[in-house]
Design a protein around this ligand. Structure first.
Ligand SMILES: [Fe+2]
Length: 344
């Protein structure tokens, strides 16, 4: 399979701006667990938003095929997130990151599209013992997005390649600040059947790629100094001044960390348009998909593949069939083999 494009940045920012990102992370102060978004979902609403990724993680035990209880696996992936920019800066000091010219230029090259509109910047914090299951991000199509439609469906739409005309290409930059132990960025630049690359996390470095197409995840952050407590939704990671962070809920504290124990990354996402005419088409909703049409196209394709020989199954069974048929996850690596190490 053809190699998929990505660009590495080393360094990403000036020393002072990179230091500024660490201070901004502290100043922001409190980070909540990444709660599941709720939508007005009237289709297979009993499935979790990322049922696809969760199912694969539980089935395989993650990239290294480790065996853990479901509760422990859930705790490992229950990481912390806050938004730093949404169309405009939400926290002071994020401007050099939001408007980074290197990211913009790499995004232009990634899709060969001239207009790049940075739209969202968010911070992810992982504590020792946490990891992020292999997944592709939730893409976006004209008329279909995560505010209205189930995330697993949008992911499956992209992997099916049946809706390319409506796809809105999004470039993602991921930057790291600080030098944690472990927590490599694992990705599959040659596709799900190719060799994974594990990029070590080093201060003030970054990658830009199409995370809607390239499978990626985060290997486990080393648990050597502080063991992982029983992480539950609703907990908070808070900066307490100097080099002290605490993990807790209300007045209860479950663990304390220094910044070097935490894995801190900032993600940047930008919409990429071919030209102003395309941007207008999107804004004016002149060629939008509807969910009914999406399901019709998928059902027709599944019939053609012989997967629906008779009546269309009920919503949940149809959802499971769509996930199974279109989303092909990379197989787990052998426990002793972490895959190729990135050298660039
Ligand atoms: Fe992701």
């Amino acid at each position: 399979m053809a190699r998929i494009d990505f660009q590495l940045f080393d360094p990403l920012l000036s020393d002072a701006d990179a230091e500024g990102m660490l201070r901004l992370c502290e100043r922001h102060g409190r980070y909540g667990t990444y709660a599941e978004e709720s939508i007005e979902n009237d289709f297979a609403g009993d499935l979790a938003q990322r049922y696809d990724a969760a199912l694969n993680f539980v089935r395989t035990g993650g990239r290294f095929g480790r065996k853990d209880s479901i509760a422990k696996l859930a705790a490992r992936t229950n990481y912390f997130r806050e938004t730093y920019a949404y169309d405009e800066p939400l926290v002071p000091g994020i401007e050099p990151f939001l408007n980074h010219e290197g990211f913009r230029e790499a995004a232009r090259r990634l899709y060969g599209r001239e207009i790049v509109r940075p739209s969202i910047v968010y911070a992810n914090l992982l504590v020792p013992g946490q990891e992020l299951a292999i997944h592709t991000d939730v893409p976006e199509f004209r008329g279909v997005n995560r505010k209205r439609d189930p995330q697993w469906l949008i992911v499956a739409m992209h992997h099916s390649r049946l809706f390319e005309r409506w796809r809105m290409p999004i470039a993602t930059g991921v930057a790291w600040f600080g030098n944690p132990e472990g927590g490599e960025f694992a990705f599959y630049p040659e596709g799900p059947w190719g060799a994974p690359v594990a990029l070590p996390v080093r201060h003030n470095t970054a990658i830009l790629l199409d995370t809607d197409s390239v499978f990626h995840g985060v290997d486990r952050v080393a648990e050597s100094r502080v063991p992982m407590p029983d992480l539950k939704p609703g907990m908070q990671l808070s900066w307490e001044g100097d080099d002290r962070w605490s993990l807790g809920r209300g007045d209860e504290v479950f663990a304390r960390y220094a910044f070097r124990d935490l894995r801190f990354s900032i993600s940047w996402k930008a919409y990429c348009y071919a030209d102003e005419a395309e941007e207008r088409l999107v804004r004016e909703h002149r060629d939008d998909l509807s969910r009914a049409r999406v399901l019709d196209v998928l059902v027709e394709d599944l019939r053609r593949r012989g997967r629906i020989p008779d009546a269309v199954p009920n919503d949940t069974d149809l959802a499971l069939l769509i996930i199974r048929e279109y989303i092909q996850y990379p197989p787990p690596a052998a426990a002793t083999d972490g895959g190729a190490r990135a050298t660039a």
